[in-house]
Design a protein around this ligand. Sequence first.
Ligand code: C2E
Ligand code: MG
Ligand code: MG
Length: 739
Amino acid sequence: MLKRSWAVFMLALTTLPVGAAPTSIRVVSDNNYPPYLFIDADNNPRGYLVDEWALWEKKTGVKVDLIATDWSTAQKMLLAGDADVIDMMFETPARKLQYDFTAPYARVRVNIYVDASISGIDDVQSLKGFAVGVERGDACVERLARDGITNVQLFNGYTDMIAAVGHKDVRILCMDELPANYYLYKARGKASFSKSFEYYAGEFRRGVRKGDLATIALVEKGMKEITPQEREALRRRWMGQPVSFTPYAQVLGYALLVVGVIGVLLAIWVVTLRRAVSRRTKDLGFLSFHDALTGLPNRALLIDRLDHAIRLGQAETIAVLLIDLDHFSRIIESLGHACGDQLVKQVANRLTGSIEHIHTFARTSVDVFALVIQGDLTPAMIAATAEKVLRLVSQEIVLDGNRVFISASIGISAYPGDGNDGALLLKHAGAARSLARREGGGRFKFYRAALTANAQELIHMGAGLRRALQEDEFLLLYQPQIEISTGAVVGVEALLRWNLAGRLIGPDQFIPYAEETGLIEGIGDWVLQTACHQLAKWLRLGLPPMRVAVNLSPKQFANSALLDHVADALGAAGLPPELLELEITEGCFLQREASVLAFLDKLRETGVSLAIDDFGTGYSSLAYLRRFPVQILKIDKTFLTEIPGDRQAEALVSAIVVMARGLSLKVLAEGVENHAQWSFLKDIGCDLAQGWLLGAPMSAEAFMDWYKERSGRAEAKRAKTNSRNQKWRYVVTPVETNT
Ligand code: C2E
Ligand code: MG
Ligand code: MG
């Protein structure tokens, strides 16, 4: 043990400074830190430090090689032994492990600077969620990390950072105050930053590699020899000096007096001039944000408005449609610039006023317009707008008596998916526009290719569904609903089909499209009307009273016009409301609980009954069952597939039945396909059932035949057992069907 300590002591002795001062030292520091150190136009380092170290050199006789480089390289150089001193360094806990420091010589404020477009940043906690621009290797990185801000954008130096500010790539900066004043003032034309809050204050020190105490001592000694007068001269040279009254100012005063006298004489002229200038300035102000030909906003204003709209965060979707007129240059070549201008104006007029949801309509370059629409927009709605624009643009235009037809290539991007600032959205719309052009023009493309495919498909489907409505291609199938205890048919569920050229298409394949394209309202209304008519017709043909159940889409459910549609359908068919049942899914209850409740109450007041369809697949909550005026719970068929056999599914269905009974609701089990399921349901006291075992969905005519046949059989059976207790209801017994 003793031996080892001795060896360490010997080793320490050999590495101690030998006492002789070096003949030169290398000092390294940040080349981007005016007024302390920066690179002038001739590529020479200049600033307070250059002069200070020159004085130090004079005082100590030790030659100073001052190297100005970017801050992270400076640190690397020192640690790698390529420099002896690093200047302008803050002491931080992490740095203390690698460096030794001199006493502080200047205090520097470090502030957070924020772009004018951002508000609400006033302390470090409010920086959360934003990217903060910081110079690589800056003490601020460490400080931010300590405060839990890890989303930092690192730049190699303040110059890179300021360039990014110009491109709007960064909107929050952590910078030392002095260079910030310099750089942000310089960048004021491109960006408008202001100090948001003082983050912390640091103290400049000189650092050396850990343990190099000899250099520290040497540096401190030389610095102390610089006199206060010399320091004051340095400070005055680089940090500015108070304005003092000099003899020159006196001359200036006289000159001003003379100018003032002349000014009085010219007052009237000046006033007139000012008015003219103000008018012109207003014009120029307008013109700097508007296109002179059309008066539409220009690109700068467009980006500003987009940024503003995004910041407001009120719109679900903000879509940018970049509309590029195809072959515009050819028109100019053949008809001249005046005609080109006319064309642009006509297109602008045509589009203004013909498009819905417009937020901004701008002209971003000679032959390019940008249309911004916002709202609760689906890709299909955006695509429909693009189609409309294409249609409007392609209509005949008369230019100087010449009939001209043009087309456009449209690129679409949408917030939030494709970018969260105006410039980026425009860039992405531009990329999509190029794609549309490459494919021959006269078309639109979404920035995300998948959306294009999806939107095209939607448009195709939308057109098909519209036609289906007009040309009666929809039809309803009816599936019986059976009371389990008696086997009586108590109702039918109307299930929609699309007869597409002889092929029956199921609702799962087109209802989502109908919902997206907004056609669900018309289709849903048709279903209501047809189902009510059909039931009324059956009743007239002698079928006993039973209910017809109609499925509602959440989209229909959200619209108060539904109340009118229900009343109209019942009125037109002459059907009592209690024979109509509306099936709603749990999706309807997702939001707006209070308004849903009010709406359900209104529906219930009309006398119709309400059923919850596909119970158990959505956001089942017993709470809403208690509060909502529903009468029937339809257990989704997926539960039945596990029954009998799966203990858990059995327990669940039994529990639903018990719970529903407690709430005075009837339970209908969907998807009953076999006798075992039927027996199980009967055993647990489930009220109603529906499924292939009892009757598959069938056409209106087929249902009539089915009903008669089954009731005939039941009649015969009843006659046999001499039962007379079912006067108005026909009774069926479950049979296996092949459907
Ligand atoms: P849903 O309301 O749950 O309808 C029951 C679905 O189960 C029907 O499918 C029906 O044919 C099927 N089904 C009946 N019995 C059995 C069975 O024993 N086993 C199995 N595996 N399936 C059975 P469909 O007709 O394809 O309808 C699917 C969904 O489309 C419906 O589910 C309903 O949500 C929706 N839908 C149907 N018609 C309309 C409509 O007019 N408007 C709206 N908005 N949606 C509708
Ligand atoms: Mg249903
Ligand atoms: Mg269902």
